[in-house]
Design a protein around this ligand. Structure first.
Ligand SMILES: *[C@@H]1O[C@H](CO)[C@@H](O)[C@H](O)[C@H]1NC(C)=O
Ligand SMILES: *[C@@H]1O[C@H](CO)[C@@H](O)[C@H](O)[C@H]1NC(C)=O
Ligand SMILES: *[C@@H]1O[C@H](CO)[C@@H](O)[C@H](O)[C@H]1NC(C)=O
Ligand SMILES: *[C@@H]1O[C@H](CO)[C@@H](O)[C@H](O)[C@H]1NC(C)=O
Ligand SMILES: *[C@@H]1O[C@H](CO)[C@@H](O)[C@H](O)[C@H]1NC(C)=O
Ligand SMILES: *[C@@H]1O[C@H](CO)[C@@H](O)[C@H](O)[C@H]1NC(C)=O
Ligand SMILES: *[C@@H]1O[C@H](CO)[C@@H](O)[C@H](O)[C@H]1NC(C)=O
Ligand SMILES: *[C@@H]1O[C@H](CO)[C@@H](O)[C@H](O)[C@H]1NC(C)=O
Ligand SMILES: *[C@@H]1O[C@H](CO)[C@@H](O)[C@H](O)[C@H]1NC(C)=O
Length: 544
């Protein structure tokens, strides 16, 4: 890939960075076959059913409890489901619901938590800040209140960065504007770059981007047990890792995810992000990828503090398949795409193999190098299940998570293979058959994906609205709508407008004057509105 971009300042190894800007991700000319398009309206109905129940029994609260028809407030009581659902409503064309939700948003009081809890920097950023900013873009920049509310909560979250620390603490007490001084993890500290460069873009205040980018760059600059693969725990006070546990699963996951998404979103001239992502995937291929002894399914193992390979996988981890495919397309490396597709197949196998057709929270497997899973000896039932399916269930619940369907969406948009439409259609059927409470309740989780009569979990997580239903809907929608060549999705499935692929935006850069260790080069300065499209409709893929 030849770059025609001229460097603004400094000379860095830019070949892989430049490629991030150039390559197209989606299969060109893709359309959804007519026999499958009807699934989109099925998903839209699933959304409106759930939303009507939320509005009736939980309005203004974080989660609906669909069975007891009440609510709970696990995200500080500011209405997490509303923030998370805004963008989905725009994408599905639910204008009246959207305007009502924006109206609610205008009155949220972010000066204090509505619950006695401290506030998670990570959870609040990926849901509230991202939900508002993505909806601001998707709805055509006509609701500036969404930027104002994102700024309001972000200004409180900025108290997580103390003194000269590069890393934020994980939780802030909004009544004292001070963080809880304790260790955090690389996902919490390193999954803020997309959101805060967007907030900087729309407010003109550099602090948000500077804080988020210095945290991720700092993690990437530390020496790792395996090249590129940062361990999970980290202490903002000392700036040191607190363990050596390597995983693409929870606690680490979205730090790796954003290493490739951030440079695509911003045109940063700091090569550390792409290079670290590439090192992480290369090391994973070399040291962690395993095939199961039954079924030859491809998994990415964990590696524990003692260097043991741990043969486990999880629903959360299954985002990796789509992320490797995305990075493979952006960097023009088919090896990453091909392994990503194998990972997606193995993740889908965890759905296809259960009695409900829905995949479990955590699972394990054996490979030719051993059967260590970090847990006790499997039961006879687990071993029998393994002999049939090439994995066995170690945590059987499903709480309306998206990751398997997320990677399935990437696989569809990237390859155009209709088997991914069949997978998504099967998932829609399973969700409706086993998790639908009733017309007045919406959808619940389940305690056992391998039992069609399992008890349900009385909670509709906000990511059901943000992620599961959006990924499913977009799988069957016109592929030009929210194209992967025009948007970068945050880890909660909130799409952000990206600079055009194949063309080069011309951001300006400023020298780092923030007093923290600069790694690999100066930080980007995002000029407000520098990436605004000429026509929002053309970017959204709507005609006109
Ligand atoms: C959903 O897609 C599947 C194919 O993947 C198709 O068989 C089915 O008829 C579609 N459903 C609707 C409602 O269009
Ligand atoms: C919906 O399900 C709940 C919980 O099982 C039940 O209390 C309620 O009566 C049901 N409503 C309808 C309309 O079936
Ligand atoms: C919200 O809706 C109410 C009732 O329609 C209206 O009076 C109010 O002005 C709206 N507020 C905003 C910020 O749009
Ligand atoms: C930028 O945001 C930071 C963090 O909230 C705040 O402390 C600072 O005052 C803001 N700067 C300006 C110029 O508004
Ligand atoms: C922060 O860094 C500056 C510049 O290196 C230094 O002068 C200052 O003492 C540091 N502050 C703290 C609290 O460590
Ligand atoms: C793609 O990645 C693989 C795996 O790390 C590597 O062996 C190969 O050289 C890369 N190919 C290109 C074209 O960069
Ligand atoms: C198992 O999968 C690996 C990687 O996908 C492949 O190289 C190998 O040929 C497969 N082995 C068998 C026996 O199918
Ligand atoms: C795990 O491997 C060990 C050593 O090869 C063997 O003794 C043990 O039976 C295996 N356990 C299972 C459940 O396969
Ligand atoms: C599930 O419950 C139905 C209705 O009570 C019953 O007919 C069926 O046998 C049960 N299935 C299993 C696998 O327990």
């Amino acid at each position: 890939m030849v770059s025609k971009r001229v460097l603004a300042a400094g000379a860095f190894a830019l070949s892989s960075w430049a490629s991030v800007q150039g390559a197209l991700v989606q299969k060109q000319g893709l359309t959804v076959p007519s026999y499958a398009v009807g699934n989109a309206s099925t998903v839209r109905t699933m959304f409106t059913n759930s939303w009507n129940a939320y509005r009736e029994y939980a309005w203004g609260h974080d989660d609906l409890q669909p069975i007891s028809k009440t609510y709970n407030d696990g995200r500080n009581g500011w209405g997490a489901s509303i923030a998370d659902a805004l963008g989905t409503m725009v994408i599905m064309g639910l204008e009246a619901d959207f305007l009502q939700a924006v109206n609610y948003t205008a009155y949220i009081d972010f000066s204090t938590s509505q619950t006695p809890d401290t506030v998670s920097v990570f959870e609040t950023t990926i849901r509230y800040v991202a939900g508002f900013l993505s909806a601001y873009e998707l709805s055509g920049f006509v609701h500036p209140i969404l930027v104002e509310k994102a700024k309001e909560v972000a200004d409180k979250l900025m108290y997580a960065w103390v003194g000269n620390n590069s890393l934020p603490y994980g939780y802030v007490d909004f009544s004292t504007n001070s963080p809880t001084i304790t260790t955090t993890n690389i996902a919490e500290a390193g999954t803020l770059t997309l959101e805060y460069t967007k907030l900087t873009q729309y407010t003109g205040n550099q602090t948000y981007a500077t804080n988020a980018v210095k945290a991720a760059a700092y993690i990437a600059s530390l020496p790792d047990p395996l090249p590129g693969l940062a361990p999970q725990g980290i202490d903002p006070t000392s700036g040191q890792f607190t363990d050596a546990y390597i995983t693409w699963g929870g606690g680490s996951d979205s730090y790796f995810e954003y290493l490739i998404k951030y440079p695509r979103l911003t045109n940063t001239n700091n090569p550390i992000f792409v290079e670290t992502w590439q090192a992480a995937v290369d090391s994973s291929i070399k040291y962690l990828v395993r095939e199961s002894t039954v079924g030859n399914w491809t998994y990415v193992a964990d590696r524990d503090d003692n260097g043991n390979i741990v043969h486990v996988g999880s629903h959360l981890e299954c985002f990796h398949a789509g992320n490797w495919m995305l990075g493979g397309k952006l960097l023009n490396n088919q090896t990453y795409v091909d392994i990503g597709l194998k990972l997606a197949d193995a993740c889908w196998n965890t759905y296809a193999s259960t009695a409900t057709g829905i995949g479990p929270e955590v699972f394990a497997y054996f490979s030719s190098d051993g059967n260590y899973t970090g847990q006790g000896t499997p039961t006879a039932d687990q071993l029998a299940f393994y002999q049939e399916h090439g994995f066995f269930i170690t945590a059987s619940d499903y709480i309306l998570r998206p990751e398997v369907l997320e990677s399935n969406f990437y696989a569809w948009r990237i390859t155009g293979d209709t088997k991914y439409l069949d997978n998504a259609a099967a998932a829609i059927q399973s969700l409706n058959e086993y998790l639908y409470v009733n017309a007045s309740g919406g959808y619940a989780g389940t305690n056992d994906v391998n039992n069609v009569n399992s008890s349900l979990i009385d909670d509709t997580e906000s990511f059901w609205f943000a992620e599961v239903l959006k990924y499913l809907y977009l799988t069957f929608d016109d592929p030009n709508h929210i194209s992967l060549d025009k948007f970068v999705f945050n880890t909660e499935c909130h799409p952000f407008l990206a600079p055009p692929a194949g063309a080069y935006a011309t951001p300006t850069f400023k020298t780092n004057t923030q007093g923290f260790k600069a790694v690999g080069g100066p930080l980007p300065e995002i000029s407000p509105n520098s990436f605004l499209p000429k026509s929002i409709n053309s970017i959204l893929g709507l005609s006109g």
